[in-house]
Ligand binder design. Structure first.
Ligand SMILES: [Zn+2]
Length: 65
C-alpha cells in the first residue's frame, strides 16, 4: 500500500472509471495518463495523452480521487 501511494505524484491526479463505448467493459484509467489507454477487451482507444490531463474517449462512470 505504501508503494502504491508513491506512484501518485500530486493530489490533483485521479483515476476515472470509464465504460468502453464499443463493448461496455469498465476499467480504471489514470487521469494524467501519458500513454494511450486501450480497452482490455476490444482494444478500442479509451484515453489519449494531451500533455496534461488525458482526453477520455469513453463514457466516464466515476472519478476516484
Ligand atoms: Zn471495449
Amino acid at each position: 500500500m505504501s508503494e502504491w501511494n508513491k506512484l501518485i505524484p500530486k493530489p490533483s491526479s485521479s483515476f476515472v472509471r470509464v465504460k468502453c463505448p464499443k463493448c461496455g467493459n469498465e476499467q480504471l484509467i489514470f487521469s494524467n495518463a501519458v500513454n494511450k489507454v486501450t480497452c482490455n477487451v476490444c482494444s478500442v482507444v479509451l484515453a489519449e495523452p494531451t500533455g496534461g490531463k488525458a482526453r477520455i474517449k469513453g463514457d466516464v462512470q466515476a472519478v476516484l480521487e
